[in-house]
Design a protein around this ligand. Sequence first.
Ligand SMILES: [Zn+2]
Length: 639
Amino acid sequence: MNGAPSTTIPLEEQPDSAQAPLVESDSTQTPLFENASKAEISDDVEIAIAQLTVVRDVYDDDVLRELATLLPYDVAKDNHSVVLEKQKDGTFFVGMCFPESFITHRAVARALKVPVASVYPRFLNQTRFFKLLEVAYPQSMAYPETTHRDPSGHSEHQETVNWTKFESDVEAKLSREASEPELEIGTGTGLRSIAEQIVKAAIAKRASDIHVVPQLTSGYIKFRTDGAMYPYCVNIPRSRMENLANAFCDMAGVNGYEVSQRPIGAEININTKTPSGKKERHTLRFQGMPSLHGRVIVIRINTSVFRDFEQIGLEETQGIQIENSLRHRCGCVLVTGPTGSGKSNTLEAMLRALDVMHGGRVNLIQVGNPIEFPNEHREQLTLKTGGDWAETFESTLRMDPDIFSPGEFRKAAEAAVVFTAAAAGHLTLTTVHTNNVAQTFSRLDGLGIDRDKQAALLKLIVSQQLIPLLCLRCKSPDPRRHQIAEHLIEVVFPNRQDLKAAISNVNDLPFFHATGCSYCNNTGVKGRTCIGELLTVTPEISRMLRTGVDGEDIVKHAIKYDGMITLAEAAARKLCRGLISYDSVFDLLISPVTVAPEEQTCAWEAPGESANQPFIDVEPIDEEIIDAEIEYTTEAAAA
Ligand SMILES: [Zn+2]
């Protein structure tokens, strides 16, 4: 058969005579494989097959059998490899069905006790491979039923290799092997330490969330601090992402395999202890979920740093307004706002104010999931996720509370218990999810609390939002500052001549934006501040509620006659103090209820004066955390 490859080189011109085949071939034939590199073979299978056709003609059965003694049958079969030639320099030509596979190379090289580089692969198609295998290992092949290798019952008619299984084994092996050298982690505590390192880095950056996201060929870890997402680590090889997911699953005490099948949540409590002895408690809420390219892991870090009304960022008059409302013996105080607006911190500040006000002589019962601020002087009851909250609330009422604080309510049954408690002589403080005060009345309507009940029992509604504070180190004057001033004057405060004069007279307008620097992880944000609007239910507002007046109109009344500060005004005040950016509050500034009270003329600080006031809501990055020890205070348990 004339199958000589086109790369024929005359014998005498061979660059390395040591490459001459051990098995002598017909001298008129071109020596086999002398030029065929691995790349050439995989690039051009046709040439390789042509070469192999020649192989069949020249290889001696006895020589193949002799070479086969160097490579155990199992290795040959499992790796689809047959030794074809041994060179004088100790290198081998090995026929392989999968010459591109590094796993195959390594397995064969190990069996032959030579370095991987000493194994030169040659492509074999599978038919050819089995013929050569039969020749090289006649005993093993001829009597498969006597090899006792597979007692589970391969009949002689069955193939000795399960192809599907083999392929997937290779896949699994490949991904395992590929990942091993990259990550220097062992098992158990070693795995967990990787996750701990990342959690500590996140805590040091005051992050509230860690996102571990695999993508097609790589993956990334992002943190969220002060509401802004930013990358912590990107272009992580895919194999390492798998290990990271396992590490976090191990830390959370959940089965990593199950996370690749269905969403799993868990909660763990940890303490960090820095070398200088600073201790902090954190609750980690783990959520793992299968995605297109692997397991997505999101970890919410709740560090429970408590802040009082002033530290939160509420206006001074608003703090006083809250304390006055807390003097009621019964009735309902609601804190509202979107998810992540710091409602539970405000609720806690109210409870602490009540503790002080009553000198600890009242029974305060708190129900929640989770209890974010543990306090040993209170009865704190936890709710089970997905359980019937209304039932728990109701039994709590039989525990003789003076002050009752369910963490939040969402359903009609829960709302009913909250208002029953408020009517039964308990001051009831809780949170509900609405965007502003005006919306709260219609939300309560929807939950089946009629307007008579609302009118009789509501004492105070606080609605709040968290707004990112500009980074002090990279903030700079906003080039749109004159437009911003015009917007504030013309749209937001058309009736406030005092403001109009104040802003128009300032050449150096106090509006800033921030482009990002290393101090703020390139987000331009450092800390957050709370803006709030508070509505005290006065006798007049109570009357309006009974007669079914619309929420917006009630708020307009409160602005005009009670000096209510709206979210828009609270935002505008902080904007004029240079603390926040125009973009971060733009949506509030175009809301329909924005008109500030004409009567109120002294509430504003002069623009510019406080533009560089110290930040309320920000702490320096705690590098010490990186060296902190983590102590698990509760066993990780699936939630
Ligand atoms: Zn910055």
